[in-house]
Design a protein around this ligand. Sequence first.
Ligand SMILES: NC(=O)c1ccc[n+]([C@@H]2O[C@H](COP(=O)([O-])OP(=O)(O)OC[C@H]3O[C@@H](n4cnc5c(N)ncnc54)[C@H](O)[C@@H]3O)[C@@H](O)[C@H]2O)c1
Length: 455
Amino acid sequence: MKGVALVTGAASGIGEDCAKSFLEEGCVGVIFADIDLARAEAAAKSASAALGSITSGRTLAALKVDVSDSTSVDSMVSKAVGIFGRIDYCVHSAGVGAQESSSVLDMSSTEFENSQAINVRGSFNVIKAVSRQMITQTPLTETTRRGEKISRGSIVALASAHSFMATRNLSQYTTSKHAVLGLVRSAALDLATHGIRVNAVCPGWVDTPMVSKATRGIPEIRTYIEKLVPFGRMAETEEVSEVVLFLSSSRASFVTGAAWVVDGGLTQEQGPITQFPAADLRPTKRFITTHNAERKAVFLADDSGDHHKILVNGNAAANIIYSTQGAQVDLNDEKDVAFAKANEPPIHVRSGSVARLIDFAPGMESPIHRAMSIDYGVVIEGEFLLTLDSGESRRMLPGDCSVNRGGNHKWKNLDEKKSGRMLFILLDVAPLYVGGQLMEEDLGEMAGDYAPHPE
Ligand SMILES: NC(=O)c1ccc[n+]([C@@H]2O[C@H](COP(=O)([O-])OP(=O)(O)OC[C@H]3O[C@@H](n4cnc5c(N)ncnc54)[C@H](O)[C@@H]3O)[C@@H](O)[C@H]2O)c1
Protein backbone atom coordinates (compact mmCIF):
# COMPACT_ATOMS: atom_id res chain seq x y z
CA MET A 1 0.00 0.00 0.00
CA LYS A 2 1.71 3.13 -1.12
CA GLY A 3 -0.83 5.93 -0.75
CA VAL A 4 -1.73 8.25 2.10
CA ALA A 5 -3.87 7.09 5.01
CA LEU A 6 -6.01 9.24 7.29
CA VAL A 7 -7.21 7.57 10.48
CA THR A 8 -9.61 9.24 12.92
CA GLY A 9 -9.68 8.03 16.52
CA ALA A 10 -5.99 7.17 16.04
CA ALA A 11 -4.96 8.10 19.57
CA SER A 12 -6.29 4.85 20.97
CA GLY A 13 -7.53 1.30 20.45
CA ILE A 14 -8.54 0.14 16.99
CA GLY A 15 -7.75 3.46 15.28
CA GLU A 16 -4.25 3.55 16.73
CA ASP A 17 -3.54 0.04 15.52
CA CYS A 18 -4.94 0.79 12.04
CA ALA A 19 -2.73 3.88 11.71
CA LYS A 20 0.30 1.86 12.79
CA SER A 21 -0.59 -0.91 10.30
CA PHE A 22 -0.78 1.53 7.37
CA LEU A 23 2.70 2.64 8.30
CA GLU A 24 3.92 -0.98 8.39
CA GLU A 25 2.26 -1.68 5.04
CA GLY A 26 4.29 1.05 3.36
CA CYS A 27 1.97 4.06 3.14
CA VAL A 28 3.99 7.18 2.32
CA GLY A 29 1.98 9.28 4.74
CA VAL A 30 -0.18 8.46 7.74
CA ILE A 31 -2.29 10.97 9.64
CA PHE A 32 -3.18 10.20 13.25
CA ALA A 33 -6.29 12.35 13.85
CA ASP A 34 -8.10 12.52 17.18
CA ILE A 35 -9.87 14.91 19.52
CA ASP A 36 -7.01 14.25 21.94
CA LEU A 37 -4.05 15.73 20.06
CA ALA A 38 -1.47 14.96 22.75
CA ARG A 39 -2.39 11.25 22.69
CA ALA A 40 -2.51 11.23 18.87
CA GLU A 41 1.02 12.67 18.81
CA ALA A 42 2.14 10.09 21.37
CA ALA A 43 0.57 7.29 19.31
CA ALA A 44 2.35 8.50 16.14
CA LYS A 45 5.63 8.72 18.02
CA SER A 46 5.25 5.25 19.51
CA ALA A 47 4.32 3.74 16.09
CA SER A 48 7.37 5.30 14.56
CA ALA A 49 9.61 4.14 17.41
CA ALA A 50 8.20 0.59 17.30
CA LEU A 51 8.85 0.31 13.56
CA GLY A 52 12.32 1.90 13.75
CA SER A 53 14.18 2.11 10.44
CA ILE A 54 11.25 0.57 8.46
CA THR A 55 9.55 3.97 8.59
CA SER A 56 12.27 5.84 6.70
CA GLY A 57 10.74 7.66 3.75
CA ARG A 58 7.32 7.56 5.37
CA THR A 59 5.88 10.59 7.09
CA LEU A 60 3.53 10.75 10.04
CA ALA A 61 1.41 13.66 11.17
CA ALA A 62 -0.93 14.11 14.11
CA LEU A 63 -3.98 16.36 13.77
CA LYS A 64 -6.65 17.48 16.17
CA VAL A 65 -10.24 16.93 15.07
CA ASP A 66 -13.66 16.83 16.65
CA VAL A 67 -15.54 14.61 14.22
CA SER A 68 -18.93 15.81 15.45
CA ASP A 69 -18.10 19.28 14.11
CA SER A 70 -18.10 19.61 10.30
CA THR A 71 -15.84 22.69 10.35
CA SER A 72 -13.25 20.80 12.36
CA VAL A 73 -13.47 17.80 9.98
CA ASP A 74 -13.15 20.01 6.88
CA SER A 75 -10.13 21.67 8.45
CA MET A 76 -8.55 18.25 9.22
CA VAL A 77 -8.99 17.21 5.58
CA SER A 78 -7.50 20.42 4.21
CA LYS A 79 -4.55 20.21 6.63
CA ALA A 80 -3.96 16.57 5.66
CA VAL A 81 -4.04 17.50 1.98
CA GLY A 82 -1.78 20.47 2.74
CA ILE A 83 0.83 18.08 4.16
CA PHE A 84 0.50 15.04 1.85
CA GLY A 85 -1.37 16.32 -1.22
CA ARG A 86 -4.02 13.57 -1.13
CA ILE A 87 -5.91 10.95 0.92
CA ASP A 88 -6.18 7.41 -0.46
CA TYR A 89 -7.37 5.43 2.55
CA CYS A 90 -9.56 6.73 5.32
CA VAL A 91 -10.38 4.74 8.41
CA HIS A 92 -12.97 6.38 10.58
CA SER A 93 -12.52 4.90 14.04
CA ALA A 94 -13.33 7.91 16.25
CA GLY A 95 -16.32 7.06 18.36
CA VAL A 96 -17.72 6.79 21.85
CA GLY A 97 -19.10 3.82 23.73
CA ALA A 98 -21.85 4.01 26.32
CA GLN A 99 -21.20 6.48 29.12
CA GLU A 100 -24.46 5.36 30.73
CA SER A 101 -26.16 1.98 30.75
CA SER A 102 -29.88 2.27 31.28
CA SER A 103 -33.22 1.31 29.85
CA VAL A 104 -34.74 3.53 27.20
CA LEU A 105 -37.16 4.51 29.98
CA ASP A 106 -34.38 6.24 31.87
CA MET A 107 -31.77 7.06 29.21
CA SER A 108 -30.91 10.75 29.36
CA SER A 109 -31.40 12.74 26.14
CA THR A 110 -27.92 14.18 26.60
CA GLU A 111 -26.37 10.72 26.54
CA PHE A 112 -28.47 9.65 23.56
CA GLU A 113 -27.68 12.80 21.59
CA ASN A 114 -23.97 12.64 22.41
CA SER A 115 -23.78 9.15 20.91
CA GLN A 116 -25.55 10.27 17.74
CA ALA A 117 -23.45 13.46 17.48
CA ILE A 118 -20.11 11.66 17.67
CA ASN A 119 -20.88 8.26 16.16
CA VAL A 120 -23.44 9.19 13.50
CA ARG A 121 -22.88 12.84 12.61
CA GLY A 122 -19.13 12.23 13.02
CA SER A 123 -19.25 9.43 10.42
CA PHE A 124 -21.30 11.61 8.06
CA ASN A 125 -18.88 14.54 8.41
CA VAL A 126 -15.83 12.35 7.79
CA ILE A 127 -17.26 10.36 4.87
CA LYS A 128 -18.53 13.55 3.21
CA ALA A 129 -15.35 15.60 3.60
CA VAL A 130 -12.98 12.77 2.66
CA SER A 131 -14.95 11.58 -0.37
CA ARG A 132 -15.23 15.17 -1.67
CA GLN A 133 -11.43 15.29 -1.53
CA MET A 134 -11.00 11.84 -3.09
CA ILE A 135 -13.06 12.61 -6.20
CA THR A 136 -10.71 15.51 -7.04
CA GLN A 137 -7.57 13.36 -7.02
CA THR A 138 -5.80 11.50 -9.79
CA PRO A 139 -6.32 7.81 -9.06
CA LEU A 140 -3.62 5.86 -7.27
CA THR A 141 -2.07 3.00 -9.24
CA GLU A 142 -1.12 -0.05 -7.23
CA THR A 143 0.74 -3.08 -8.51
CA THR A 144 -0.91 -6.34 -7.53
CA ARG A 145 -0.46 -9.96 -8.62
CA ARG A 146 -3.31 -9.24 -11.05
CA GLY A 147 -1.37 -6.37 -12.61
CA GLU A 148 -1.89 -2.64 -12.17
CA LYS A 149 -4.96 -1.64 -10.17
CA ILE A 150 -6.39 1.83 -10.02
CA SER A 151 -7.90 3.09 -6.77
CA ARG A 152 -9.98 6.24 -6.42
CA GLY A 153 -9.99 5.82 -2.68
CA SER A 154 -11.36 3.69 0.13
CA ILE A 155 -13.21 4.62 3.30
CA VAL A 156 -13.73 2.14 6.12
CA ALA A 157 -15.93 3.14 9.05
CA LEU A 158 -15.99 1.31 12.36
CA ALA A 159 -19.57 0.19 12.88
CA SER A 160 -20.21 -2.69 15.32
CA ALA A 161 -21.88 -6.03 15.96
CA HIS A 162 -24.46 -3.65 17.43
CA SER A 163 -25.24 -2.63 13.83
CA PHE A 164 -27.12 -5.96 13.66
CA MET A 165 -28.19 -6.73 17.20
CA ALA A 166 -29.39 -4.95 20.30
CA THR A 167 -28.27 -5.26 23.89
CA ARG A 168 -30.52 -4.18 26.70
CA ASN A 169 -29.79 -0.79 28.24
CA LEU A 170 -27.64 0.37 25.31
CA SER A 171 -30.18 2.10 23.08
CA GLN A 172 -27.90 5.09 22.44
CA TYR A 173 -24.99 2.97 21.16
CA THR A 174 -27.13 0.42 19.29
CA THR A 175 -29.06 3.18 17.51
CA SER A 176 -25.85 4.96 16.53
CA LYS A 177 -24.20 1.83 15.14
CA HIS A 178 -27.29 0.79 13.16
CA ALA A 179 -27.20 4.31 11.68
CA VAL A 180 -23.48 4.11 10.84
CA LEU A 181 -24.11 0.98 8.80
CA GLY A 182 -27.04 2.63 7.00
CA LEU A 183 -24.81 5.60 6.20
CA VAL A 184 -22.00 3.37 4.89
CA ARG A 185 -24.40 1.49 2.61
CA SER A 186 -25.91 4.71 1.25
CA ALA A 187 -22.51 6.34 0.75
CA ALA A 188 -21.24 3.22 -1.05
CA LEU A 189 -24.05 3.61 -3.57
CA ASP A 190 -23.66 7.38 -3.94
CA LEU A 191 -19.89 7.10 -4.45
CA ALA A 192 -19.84 3.97 -6.62
CA THR A 193 -19.85 5.96 -9.86
CA HIS A 194 -16.79 7.84 -8.61
CA GLY A 195 -14.99 4.56 -7.94
CA ILE A 196 -14.74 5.27 -4.20
CA ARG A 197 -15.36 2.25 -2.02
CA VAL A 198 -17.05 2.62 1.38
CA ASN A 199 -17.22 -0.31 3.79
CA ALA A 200 -17.96 -0.98 7.43
CA VAL A 201 -16.09 -3.22 9.83
CA CYS A 202 -18.35 -4.49 12.58
CA PRO A 203 -16.43 -5.76 15.60
CA GLY A 204 -17.93 -7.58 18.54
CA TRP A 205 -15.99 -6.97 21.73
CA VAL A 206 -12.42 -5.72 21.26
CA ASP A 207 -9.95 -5.29 24.09
CA THR A 208 -9.45 -1.51 23.93
CA PRO A 209 -9.61 1.42 26.36
CA MET A 210 -13.28 1.89 25.33
CA VAL A 211 -14.14 -1.52 26.76
CA SER A 212 -11.85 -1.10 29.81
CA LYS A 213 -13.63 2.16 30.60
CA ALA A 214 -17.06 0.59 30.25
CA THR A 215 -16.13 -2.39 32.45
CA ARG A 216 -14.02 -0.57 35.06
CA GLY A 217 -15.05 -1.54 38.57
CA ILE A 218 -17.25 -4.40 37.38
CA PRO A 219 -14.80 -7.32 36.85
CA GLU A 220 -17.70 -9.79 36.37
CA ILE A 221 -18.69 -8.00 33.15
CA ARG A 222 -15.49 -9.18 31.46
CA THR A 223 -16.35 -12.78 32.35
CA TYR A 224 -19.86 -12.12 31.09
CA ILE A 225 -18.55 -10.79 27.76
CA GLU A 226 -16.16 -13.71 27.37
CA LYS A 227 -18.98 -16.17 28.00
CA LEU A 228 -21.09 -14.47 25.35
CA VAL A 229 -18.45 -14.77 22.63
CA PRO A 230 -18.23 -18.27 21.11
CA PHE A 231 -14.42 -17.85 20.82
CA GLY A 232 -14.45 -17.24 24.58
CA ARG A 233 -12.46 -14.00 24.46
CA MET A 234 -12.41 -10.47 23.14
CA ALA A 235 -10.60 -9.62 19.90
CA GLU A 236 -7.16 -8.04 19.91
CA THR A 237 -7.03 -4.71 18.05
CA GLU A 238 -4.79 -6.35 15.39
CA GLU A 239 -7.56 -8.78 14.54
CA VAL A 240 -9.72 -5.84 13.53
CA SER A 241 -7.04 -3.79 11.79
CA GLU A 242 -6.08 -6.75 9.55
CA VAL A 243 -9.62 -6.73 8.14
CA VAL A 244 -9.56 -2.93 7.82
CA LEU A 245 -6.31 -3.19 5.84
CA PHE A 246 -7.75 -5.82 3.52
CA LEU A 247 -10.86 -3.72 2.83
CA SER A 248 -8.68 -0.64 2.23
CA SER A 249 -6.35 -2.46 -0.16
CA SER A 250 -6.76 -3.19 -3.85
CA ARG A 251 -7.33 -6.83 -2.85
CA ALA A 252 -10.87 -5.69 -2.05
CA SER A 253 -11.23 -3.70 -5.31
CA PHE A 254 -14.80 -4.95 -5.93
CA VAL A 255 -15.98 -4.71 -2.32
CA THR A 256 -18.20 -1.78 -1.41
CA GLY A 257 -21.14 -1.33 0.95
CA ALA A 258 -20.02 -4.43 2.86
CA ALA A 259 -20.42 -4.91 6.60
CA TRP A 260 -17.57 -7.17 7.65
CA VAL A 261 -18.31 -8.77 10.99
CA VAL A 262 -15.28 -9.44 13.25
CA ASP A 263 -16.90 -10.86 16.37
CA GLY A 264 -15.60 -14.35 17.21
CA GLY A 265 -19.05 -15.73 16.32
CA LEU A 266 -21.02 -13.43 18.66
CA THR A 267 -23.76 -12.60 16.16
CA GLN A 268 -23.99 -16.19 14.89
CA GLU A 269 -24.73 -17.65 18.29
CA GLN A 270 -28.24 -19.07 18.26
CA GLY A 271 -28.91 -21.91 20.59
CA PRO A 272 -32.07 -23.98 20.29
CA ILE A 273 -33.82 -21.46 22.55
CA THR A 274 -33.76 -17.88 21.31
CA GLN A 275 -36.37 -16.47 23.67
CA PHE A 276 -38.73 -17.22 26.53
CA PRO A 277 -40.98 -19.16 26.07
CA ALA A 278 -39.18 -21.96 24.22
CA ALA A 279 -40.86 -22.42 20.83
CA ASP A 280 -42.70 -25.58 21.94
CA LEU A 281 -43.95 -24.32 25.34
CA ARG A 282 -46.80 -21.96 26.00
CA PRO A 283 -46.28 -18.27 26.84
CA THR A 284 -46.82 -17.42 30.49
CA LYS A 285 -48.75 -14.53 31.96
CA ARG A 286 -47.89 -12.61 35.10
CA PHE A 287 -50.65 -10.97 37.11
CA ILE A 288 -49.66 -8.51 39.85
CA THR A 289 -52.20 -7.11 42.27
CA THR A 290 -52.55 -3.79 44.05
CA HIS A 291 -55.37 -1.91 45.85
CA ASN A 292 -57.86 0.62 44.54
CA ALA A 293 -59.24 3.69 46.29
CA GLU A 294 -61.85 1.49 48.02
CA ARG A 295 -58.99 -0.66 49.42
CA LYS A 296 -60.16 -3.55 47.26
CA ALA A 297 -57.60 -5.77 45.53
CA VAL A 298 -57.35 -5.15 41.80
CA PHE A 299 -54.93 -6.21 39.08
CA LEU A 300 -52.06 -3.83 38.44
CA ALA A 301 -50.25 -5.76 35.73
CA ASP A 302 -51.23 -8.38 33.24
CA ASP A 303 -48.04 -9.01 31.29
CA SER A 304 -45.26 -11.50 30.72
CA GLY A 305 -42.64 -10.13 33.12
CA ASP A 306 -39.96 -7.43 32.91
CA HIS A 307 -36.76 -9.40 32.47
CA HIS A 308 -36.23 -12.27 30.06
CA LYS A 309 -32.82 -13.79 29.58
CA ILE A 310 -31.06 -16.34 27.39
CA LEU A 311 -28.92 -18.71 29.45
CA VAL A 312 -26.22 -21.32 28.76
CA ASN A 313 -25.52 -20.16 25.19
CA GLY A 314 -29.14 -20.47 24.11
CA ASN A 315 -29.83 -23.81 25.77
CA ALA A 316 -32.21 -22.26 28.27
CA ALA A 317 -34.20 -19.07 28.73
CA ALA A 318 -35.43 -17.42 31.90
CA ASN A 319 -38.46 -15.31 32.59
CA ILE A 320 -37.82 -13.53 35.86
CA ILE A 321 -41.25 -13.29 37.42
CA TYR A 322 -40.32 -11.04 40.33
CA SER A 323 -37.56 -10.06 42.70
CA THR A 324 -37.78 -8.40 46.07
CA GLN A 325 -35.42 -6.89 48.60
CA GLY A 326 -35.72 -6.76 52.39
CA ALA A 327 -36.93 -9.33 54.89
CA GLN A 328 -40.23 -7.49 55.07
CA VAL A 329 -41.00 -6.37 51.54
CA ASP A 330 -42.26 -2.78 51.43
CA LEU A 331 -45.47 -2.80 49.39
CA ASN A 332 -46.24 0.88 50.06
CA ASP A 333 -46.43 3.15 46.99
CA GLU A 334 -45.69 0.09 44.81
CA LYS A 335 -42.03 0.31 45.91
CA ASP A 336 -41.61 -3.44 45.43
CA VAL A 337 -43.05 -3.28 41.91
CA ALA A 338 -40.61 -0.50 41.01
CA PHE A 339 -37.70 -2.53 42.45
CA ALA A 340 -38.63 -5.64 40.46
CA LYS A 341 -38.97 -3.62 37.27
CA ALA A 342 -35.75 -1.67 37.65
CA ASN A 343 -33.48 -4.55 38.64
CA GLU A 344 -32.62 -7.57 36.61
CA PRO A 345 -31.64 -9.71 39.59
CA PRO A 346 -28.45 -11.74 40.05
CA ILE A 347 -29.01 -15.47 40.59
CA HIS A 348 -30.42 -14.53 43.99
CA VAL A 349 -30.94 -11.19 45.69
CA ARG A 350 -29.01 -10.57 48.90
CA SER A 351 -31.57 -10.03 51.65
CA GLY A 352 -34.29 -10.66 49.12
CA SER A 353 -35.96 -13.13 46.81
CA VAL A 354 -36.21 -14.07 43.14
CA ALA A 355 -38.86 -16.09 41.32
CA ARG A 356 -37.93 -17.23 37.81
CA LEU A 357 -39.29 -19.64 35.27
CA ILE A 358 -36.66 -21.40 33.18
CA ASP A 359 -37.30 -23.25 29.93
CA PHE A 360 -34.70 -25.95 29.18
CA ALA A 361 -33.96 -27.13 25.62
CA PRO A 362 -34.62 -30.84 24.89
CA GLY A 363 -31.99 -33.03 26.61
CA MET A 364 -30.21 -29.95 28.01
CA GLU A 365 -28.08 -30.37 31.14
CA SER A 366 -27.07 -27.25 33.06
CA PRO A 367 -23.47 -26.73 34.17
CA ILE A 368 -22.93 -27.61 37.84
CA HIS A 369 -23.45 -24.59 40.09
CA ARG A 370 -24.19 -23.43 43.61
CA ALA A 371 -26.37 -20.48 44.61
CA MET A 372 -26.11 -19.50 48.27
CA SER A 373 -29.84 -19.53 48.84
CA ILE A 374 -32.80 -21.67 49.73
CA ASP A 375 -33.70 -22.73 46.22
CA TYR A 376 -37.20 -24.15 45.74
CA GLY A 377 -37.37 -25.95 42.37
CA VAL A 378 -40.79 -26.96 41.02
CA VAL A 379 -41.20 -28.91 37.79
CA ILE A 380 -43.88 -27.24 35.68
CA GLU A 381 -43.58 -29.20 32.43
CA GLY A 382 -41.50 -32.25 31.51
CA GLU A 383 -39.28 -34.63 33.42
CA PHE A 384 -36.03 -33.51 35.08
CA LEU A 385 -33.06 -35.09 36.82
CA LEU A 386 -31.55 -33.20 39.76
CA THR A 387 -27.96 -34.35 40.38
CA LEU A 388 -25.87 -33.22 43.37
CA ASP A 389 -22.06 -32.96 43.46
CA SER A 390 -21.98 -36.09 45.67
CA GLY A 391 -23.34 -38.01 42.67
CA GLU A 392 -26.79 -38.52 44.22
CA SER A 393 -29.70 -37.72 41.92
CA ARG A 394 -33.53 -37.63 41.88
CA ARG A 395 -35.97 -37.81 38.99
CA MET A 396 -38.71 -35.18 39.16
CA LEU A 397 -42.09 -34.96 37.40
CA PRO A 398 -44.56 -32.02 37.12
CA GLY A 399 -45.52 -30.83 40.59
CA ASP A 400 -42.44 -32.37 42.26
CA CYS A 401 -40.43 -29.89 44.33
CA SER A 402 -36.85 -29.73 45.48
CA VAL A 403 -35.61 -27.66 48.42
CA ASN A 404 -31.96 -27.15 47.64
CA ARG A 405 -30.13 -25.65 50.63
CA GLY A 406 -26.96 -24.28 49.03
CA GLY A 407 -26.04 -27.59 47.37
CA ASN A 408 -23.78 -27.74 44.30
CA HIS A 409 -26.03 -29.24 41.66
CA LYS A 410 -27.12 -29.52 38.04
CA TRP A 411 -30.40 -30.03 36.20
CA LYS A 412 -31.11 -32.16 33.15
CA ASN A 413 -34.22 -32.10 30.99
CA LEU A 414 -34.74 -35.85 30.46
CA ASP A 415 -36.93 -35.36 27.40
CA GLU A 416 -34.72 -35.43 24.30
CA LYS A 417 -37.48 -34.09 22.04
CA LYS A 418 -39.39 -31.49 24.02
CA SER A 419 -38.40 -28.44 26.05
CA GLY A 420 -39.08 -28.57 29.80
CA ARG A 421 -40.01 -25.83 32.28
CA MET A 422 -39.18 -25.28 35.94
CA LEU A 423 -40.07 -22.59 38.47
CA PHE A 424 -37.31 -21.54 40.86
CA ILE A 425 -37.81 -19.40 43.95
CA LEU A 426 -34.60 -18.33 45.67
CA LEU A 427 -34.41 -16.84 49.17
CA ASP A 428 -31.26 -15.39 50.71
CA VAL A 429 -29.56 -17.27 53.56
CA ALA A 430 -27.04 -16.46 56.30
CA PRO A 431 -23.41 -17.48 55.60
CA LEU A 432 -23.26 -21.28 55.60
CA TYR A 433 -20.30 -23.16 57.12
CA VAL A 434 -19.80 -26.82 56.35
CA GLY A 435 -16.94 -28.62 58.11
CA GLY A 436 -15.89 -25.20 59.45
CA GLN A 437 -15.51 -23.80 55.93
CA LEU A 438 -17.59 -21.06 54.36
CA MET A 439 -19.61 -22.29 51.38
CA GLU A 440 -19.52 -19.76 48.54
CA GLU A 441 -21.64 -19.08 45.49
CA ASP A 442 -20.11 -20.73 42.43
CA LEU A 443 -21.96 -20.36 39.15
CA GLY A 444 -19.22 -22.15 37.21
CA GLU A 445 -19.77 -21.91 33.47
CA MET A 446 -22.93 -19.89 34.04
CA ALA A 447 -21.07 -17.02 35.74
CA GLY A 448 -21.73 -14.75 32.79
CA ASP A 449 -25.40 -15.65 32.51
CA TYR A 450 -26.60 -13.73 35.53
CA ALA A 451 -26.38 -10.06 36.42
CA PRO A 452 -23.58 -9.33 38.93
CA HIS A 453 -24.47 -8.87 42.64
CA PRO A 454 -24.47 -5.16 43.48
CA GLU A 455 -21.67 -4.28 45.91
N1 LIG B 1 -13.80 -1.81 21.45
C1 LIG B 1 -14.86 -2.48 21.05
O1 LIG B 1 -15.22 -3.52 21.62
C2 LIG B 1 -15.62 -2.04 19.83
C3 LIG B 1 -16.60 -2.91 19.33
C4 LIG B 1 -17.34 -2.51 18.22
C5 LIG B 1 -17.11 -1.29 17.62
N2 LIG B 1 -16.17 -0.47 18.14
C6 LIG B 1 -15.99 0.83 17.48
O2 LIG B 1 -14.65 1.01 17.06
C7 LIG B 1 -14.30 2.39 17.13
C8 LIG B 1 -13.02 2.53 17.94
O3 LIG B 1 -13.25 2.03 19.24
P1 LIG B 1 -12.08 1.73 20.28
O4 LIG B 1 -12.51 0.59 21.10
O5 LIG B 1 -10.78 1.72 19.59
O6 LIG B 1 -12.24 3.04 21.20
P2 LIG B 1 -11.18 3.93 21.97
O7 LIG B 1 -11.96 4.64 23.03
O8 LIG B 1 -9.98 3.14 22.36
O9 LIG B 1 -10.75 4.98 20.84
C9 LIG B 1 -11.66 5.90 20.32
C10 LIG B 1 -10.89 7.16 19.96
O10 LIG B 1 -11.85 8.09 19.42
C11 LIG B 1 -11.50 9.38 19.90
N3 LIG B 1 -12.67 10.25 19.85
C12 LIG B 1 -13.77 10.20 20.64
N4 LIG B 1 -14.59 11.20 20.33
C13 LIG B 1 -14.02 11.89 19.30
C14 LIG B 1 -14.38 13.02 18.55
N5 LIG B 1 -15.54 13.67 18.80
N6 LIG B 1 -13.57 13.42 17.56
C15 LIG B 1 -12.41 12.79 17.32
N7 LIG B 1 -11.98 11.73 18.02
C16 LIG B 1 -12.79 11.27 19.00
C17 LIG B 1 -11.04 9.13 21.33
O11 LIG B 1 -10.24 10.21 21.81
C18 LIG B 1 -10.26 7.84 21.17
O12 LIG B 1 -8.88 8.09 20.93
C19 LIG B 1 -15.51 3.09 17.74
O13 LIG B 1 -16.30 3.63 16.70
C20 LIG B 1 -16.25 1.99 18.43
O14 LIG B 1 -17.62 2.26 18.56
C21 LIG B 1 -15.42 -0.80 19.23
